[in-house]
Design a protein around this ligand. Structure first.
Ligand code: NAP
Length: 326
């Protein structure tokens, strides 16, 4: 029997949709209110959804033969994982396929800020060629890049910065162990457990930690005050890691020279004055959205949903405990 998949909103790439359609009967909806979805899940074996659609406990409890739920990308914060786990339903996602994409976007923002690409473009659009007289850009070679976090994206940024630009790289970790020390040696970077040191000595600071209660507003007034007046801040991690009011004040008071933000809290963001500042660059959370990463993500999601429907285990599961008894 062919299984039935409910697809809510388009996947990140049509290749994933093709794979799903080849392996199952796909029902598509772009309506995602709870009542509608409670009806749609009847007779459905799998759900593939994309934010802002949400799978709530009520929807999961309304399903009669649901075997698997999958987010369309990295996040599962729009799925009630606990309710799914209680019913033994695996919740899949496709983590880490956009690491390189996000690292490259970080570097793009670092170059755009330090070379004043966006400010220059804005001046040209206003026919202000003479703006160049007051513009002094910054070279990256020999500068200190401070990376907050030592995960996959931070390490890829470190590689590019060290090998590509000859920057000195310092990375903030909560604890240092032998494995990290060795990896830091391979990457030719310095580790620190002192966040204040990293902010006060870096020419560019870039954030690469998840949003947790511990990291929410980690970049606050106190830490921003420690930055050097010529220093730049980049956030491609999560919007909530930065206190945007504090960043606005710090930029106004010239505690740092500029900031580039790809992520916001909430998304889409409120129209803050911060985003209108000349020394601020923003992009609409596109760090991970390369053609390559979105295609690989959609294909992985579709293939893994079909595998679970055929009784196989996959390792891209956010609640692996549901596979334990199988
Ligand atoms: P990862 O490999 O899981 O690494 C996360 C790192 O953060 C780890 O080194 C972890 O250290 C560290 N960390 C966690 N809490 C910390 C804290 N309180 N203080 C210091 N370090 C802490 O993550 P990743 O794949 O590199 O992703 C990094 C960020 O990028 C995430 O916020 C992710 O959501 C974001 N992201 C954004 C985009 C985009 O489109 N802009 C795309 C992909 C990912 P431990 O090992 O000690 O826990």
């Amino acid at each position: 029997m062919r299984k039935k998949v409910l697809q809510i909103l388009p996947m990140y790439d049509p290749k994933g949709e093709e794979i799903l359609r080849r392996g199952a009967d796909v029902v598509y909806t772009d309506r995602y209110d709870e009542d509608h979805l409670c009806q749609m899940v009847q007779g459905v074996h799998a759900i593939v959804l994309r934010a802002p659609a949400k799978i709530t406990r009520r929807i999961i409890e309304a399903a009669d033969c649901l075997e698997v739920i999958s987010g369309a990308g990295v996040g599962v914060d729009n799925i009630d994982v606990l309710a799914a786990t209680e019913r033994g339903i695996p919740v899949l996602h496709a983590p880490h396929l956009n690491n390189n994409a996000t690292a490259e976007h970080t570097v793009a923002l670092m170059l755009s800020l330090s070379k004043m690409v966006v400010a220059g473009d804005r001046a040209m659009r206003r026919h202000q060629f003479s703006a160049r007289d007051g513009m002094r850009t910054m070279e990256l070679r020999g500068k200190r890049l401070g990376l907050v976090g030592f995960g996959r994206i931070a390490q890829r940024v470190a590689e590019i910065a060290r090998q590509g630009f000859g920057m000195q790289v310092m990375m903030y970790v909560r604890t240092v162990d032998e494995r990290r020390r060795q990896r830091a040696e391979e990457l030719q970077v310095q580790l620190t457990t002192d966040l204040a040191e990293l902010f006060s000595t870096s020419d560019i600071v870039s954030l690469h930690v998840p949003l947790t209660p511990e990291t929410r507003h980690m970049v606050n007034r106190d830490i921003l005050d420690r930055m050097q007046p010529h220093a730049l801040l980049i956030n491609t991690a999560r919007g909530g890691v930065v206190d945007h009011d504090a960043l606005y004040q710090a930029l106004k008071e010239k505690k740092l020279a500029g900031a580039a933000l790809d992520v916001f809290d909430p998304e889409p963001p409120e129209p803050l004055e911060l985003f209108q500042m000349e020394q601020v660059i923003t992009t609409p959370h596109i760090g991970g959205l390369t053609r390559e990463a979105t295609e690989q993500t959609a294909v992985t999601v579709a293939e893994n949903v079909l595998k679970v429907l055929h009784g196989q285990k996959v390792d891209t599961v956010s609640n692996p405990e549901v596979f334990q008894d199988r």
